[in-house]
Design a protein around this ligand. Structure first.
Ligand code: FAD
Length: 406
């Protein structure tokens, strides 16, 4: 069995890396060290939806109550509507058993909740990974600050620009979608009292706008997707003027309620949307990937973090079943094969959802788009929200044991 003498390095202290640290400690009982390049743990000032499929994992890890206290559960299902605000369909917001419902979280709050569950002595800030070498003795990680350390295994939770990914294989660079999003939060007190406490998406020609409540309903998150060639000119994100955002949604083609929401925005920033085709492999020996490092996806299904949380549960389950340190590469191989299938579907589904929101779906046939959105709602509940990462991993382990003794 792997145990508390088994030393695992997690590169990246984002939402994926911190969840992995909790899962690996609590389920596999191994010793983790999290290396984060930044001088302190943090996240951009925007929201994220923690979906039922991730809540199932967080519940088992014992952190769901803290997340519920910090977040906001909407009053009911969300809505997809056209640019003028006519409702096309309702959006899935709970699992079939109605046990878990979407929670809107302010990202810094989610990081804070997760970080509280990790032993602070195991988090090394200001450590930017520069190289990884494997040897018979394990894996050596080296950092730009000159530090170096040896581990039994390494997990790359270092996001879209992952350095660990390069140690697994040479993969193509992420692809720019042609769209940026303006992101940020609005103080809920600046909105009319009757503003609905639900998630809303307005879908227009080549652009969409989404908002939902966060932080015990004190804040609203917003994400506004528009086409742009900005990231091609340099950075992937940066500060932006609210007036630029407002100009993208100006005019009578758009719902006056949306104009009212935009008038409450005081600050925003832009973010280029990138993804990549599903990778053909996530692991090499005692090195594996998790979260955006493994499966960057467009944000239109709100599943990037939720998949990193599922990854963490699956990885911990396969590791817990490893006989000893020499069995870790096989545990990583099993993890990879189960998770790659799941996340590839969501990577493609997120591109499809973006085309729907921006009216670019199936040759801009809006009737078909609307019909498929309705079908998609039920698929989302059963295939995305009902997924149980622990059960799927356990079943894969049982099957592999059965095959071993057949
Ligand atoms: C507009 C938008 C909305 C989204 N909404 C949702 C949503 O509602 N729900 C959802 O599930 N997902 C959503 N996502 C996706 C989600 O933000 C990502 O999937 C998620 O942040 C990935 O987490 P991660 O921990 O894998 O990577 P990251 O959050 O990128 O964290 C990586 C960490 O690694 C550190 N790091 C990087 N390189 C190094 C290095 N060399 N050495 C040491 N540390 C390093 C970084 O500093 C960072 O802390 C959205 C994304 C966008 C753009």
């Amino acid at each position: 069995m792997v145990n508390s003498a088994t030393r695992i390095a997690i590169i990246g202290g984002g939402m994926g890396g911190l969840t992995a640290a909790i899962a690996l400690t609590r389920i596999a009982g191994v010793q983790v060290t999290v290396f984060e390049q930044a001088g302190k743990l943090g996240e951009v000032g925007a929201g994220v939806t923690v979906a039922p499929n991730a809540q199932r994992v967080l519940d088992r890890l014992g952190v769901l109550d803290q997340i519920k206290r910090a977040g906001a559960t909407p009053d009911g299902h969300g809505v997809y509507q056209d640019a003028r605000g006519n409702v096309v369909t309702d959006a899935a917001w709970e699992d079939s058993a109605r046990q878990y419902r979407n929670i809107g979280m302010y990202r810094p709050d989610l990081i804070a909740v997760l970080a509280q569950e990790v032993d602070p002595d195991t988090i090394r800030l200001g450590h930017r990974l520069s190289s990884i070498q494997t040897s018979d003795a394990g894996v050596r990680v080296e950092f730009e600050n000159g530090a170096r350390e040896d581990f039994d295994a390494v997990i790359g939770a270092d996001g879209i620009h992952s350095v660990v990914r390069k140690a697994v294989s040479q993969f193509p660079e992420p692809v720019y979608s042609g769209y940026i999003v303006y992101r940020g939060v609005v103080d809920a007190s600046l909105l009319p009292d009757e503003w609905p406490m639900i998630s809303q998406v307005w879908m227009g020609d080549h652009r969409h706008f989404m908002c939902y409540p966060l932080q015990q309903r004190k804040l609203f998150n917003f994400v506004a997707g528009v086409p742009s060639d900005r990231p091609l000119a340099g950075d992937w994100s940066g500060p932006a003027e609210v007036s630029e955002l407002a100009a993208e949604f100006a005019g009578e083609d758009w719902d006056p309620r949306l104009h009212r929401f935009i008038s409450a925005i005081e600050k925003t920033f832009w973010w280029g949307l990138f993804d990549h085709e599903p990778l053909t492999n996530w692991s090499r020996g005692p090195i594996t990937l998790l979260g955006d490092a493994a499966h960057t996806m467009l944000p239109h299904q709100g599943q990037g973090v939720n998949q990193a949380i599922e990854d963490s549960m699956a990885l911990a389950t396969f590791l817990a079943a490893a006989d000893d340190v020499s069995d870790i590469p096989e545990a990583f191989r099993r993890y990879t094969s189960v998770r790659m299938q799941r996340t590839a579907i969501l990577q493609h589904g997120s591109r499809r959802a973006g085309a729907m929101f921006d009216a670019q779906y199936e040759f801009a046939d809006l009737q078909k788009r609307d019909a498929d959105l309705r079908v998609g709602r039920d698929f989302r509940r059963s295939a995305v929200f009902d997924y149980d990462a622990l059960k799927v991993a356990e079943k894969a382990l049982q099957n592999s044991r059965r095959n071993q003794f057949a």
